[in-house]
Design a binder for this molecule. Structure first.
Ligand code: NAP
Ligand code: ZN
Ligand code: ZN
Length: 360
């Protein structure tokens, strides 16, 4: 009897990858070797050059939101160089400089995906780390690593006009602040407040000023006044100065709250005009109750906002390239990451740590 020979399909081998991971909520981060999938037909393989350090990385590493999956490789402010592309990829070529933000996949068919709001995918977007791929099994690992493989639809074009290490934080801190300011149409004639001068906060100042709004920084640290003004802010209010806080009542059209820890939102609601909006982007694990009359009496609103979709992220990167907007950063070696987290908790960073991935 004759047997028909089966054609042999050789599957490409997975890519050995180096990174830093947390193994539990208390382990801190240390070296971790793992594998990434070999690039498929729609994939782009990227050698990571820089990755920003977001406060969300710290919330996840320490399981502060109660949803961490270990080992956990954080990092969603990624820039790097394309080293390989699948045969269906036409938008990118080897050598291109690209970015990857907070998401690496989504369903692409729901109403939100069709509108370019992949972050709100109704079937669950796949986050760059601490998430399951669409197969429901493979855990995603983020940018504290030497390379990443991403579907080309979720890869962004990055201009080489700007210093790349300062561009990396735009992929989360940048889009998270650009998106709500655009959504709510913050522009000339508006009075804009920003609570917390950190990674997100300093980007609110840059975009707010660039969009023409009169911009005020609220911070606990008097030492940040000079920086706030250097960043372009028109006013600075030290939140421990009760008199200044009281005098700001009813003044603002919009306040963007970027605070990472439990604090009182009511103080900022009172500073809004009639019809004013408090935009919450900071995501503290616990929140204080909201006094309902602070909303009712002046028809004020509280809004939330999650990063931004792909088209808007590209728009933001292009806007930044055109207007010379980047993040203020402190470049660090990867073995400094645990100290960097401690300093971030003390708000001792101007204004974003970025990991130089050459040091991995
Ligand atoms: P960050 O650089 O650490 O900045 C947070 C700022 O909050 C600090 O600089 C500090 O400002 C202020 N702050 C910290 N603790 C405080 C406290 N106990 N009371 C009052 N103010 C306090 O963090 P980040 O990377 O900008 O992230 C900020 C938050 O946004 C985090 O919760 C993060 O998870 C979240 N996030 C959300 C999104 C989204 O899509 N919505 C995206 C990225 C990040 P001062 O020192 O000036 O007072
Ligand atoms: Zn982030
Ligand atoms: Zn979707």
């Amino acid at each position: 009897m004759q047997t028909k020979e089966m054609p042999i399909r050789i599957l490409p081998s997975p890519l050995p990858t180096k990174g830093y991971a947390a193994y539990s909520a208390t382990s801190g981060l240390s070296p971790f070797n793992f594998e990434r999938r070999a690039p498929g037909p729609r994939d782009v393989q990227i050698e990571i050059q820089y990755c920003g350090v977001c406060h969300s990385d710290l919330h996840f590493v320490r399981n502060e939101w109660g949803m961490s999956i270990y080992p956990l490789v954080p990092g969603h402010e990624i820039v790097g160089k394309v080293v390989e592309t699948g045969e269906q990829v036409t938008k990118f070529r080897k050598g291109d400089i690209v970015g990857v933000g907070c998401f690496v996949n989504s369903c692409r068919t729901c109403d939100n995906c069709k509108e370019g709001l992949e972050q709100y995918c109704l079937n669950g977007a796949v986050a760059t780390y601490n998430s399951y791929e669409r197969d429901g099994k493979t855990i995603t690992y983020g940018g504290y690593s030497n390379q990443i493989v991403v579907d080309h639809d979720f890869v962004l074009q990055v201009s080489n006009k700007l210093p790349l290490e300062k561009v990396a934080p735009l992929l989360c801190a940048g889009i998270t602040t650009y998106s709500p300011l655009r959504k709510w149409g913050v522009t000339e004639g508006h009075k804009l407040g920003v609570v917390g001068l950190g990674g997100l906060g300093h980007m609110v100042v840059k975009f707010g000023v660039s969009f023409g709004a009169e911009t005020t920084v609220f911070s606990r640290a008097q030492s940040k006044e000079a920086d706030a003004k250097k960043l372009g802010a028109h006013h600075f209010i030290n939140t421990s100065n009760e008199k200044d806080v009281k005098e700001a009542a009813g003044y603002f059209d919009f306040i963007v709250d970027t605070v990472s820890a439990k604090h009182d939102y009511n103080q900022y609601l009172e500073m809004l005009k009639t019809d004013g909006t408090l935009i919450c982007v900071g995501a503290p694990p616990e929140v204080e109750p909201i006094g309902i009359f602070n909303l009712i009496m002046k028809r004020r609103r509280i809004a939330g906002s999650l990063v931004g979709g792909l088209p808007e992220t590209q728009e933001m990167l292009d806007y930044c390239a055109e207007h010379g907007i980047t993040s203020d950063i402190e470049l660090i070696d990867i073995n400094y990451i645990n100290q960097a987290y401690e300093r971030m908790l003390k708000s001792d960073v101007k204004y974003r740590f970025v990991i130089d991935m050459k040091t991995l």
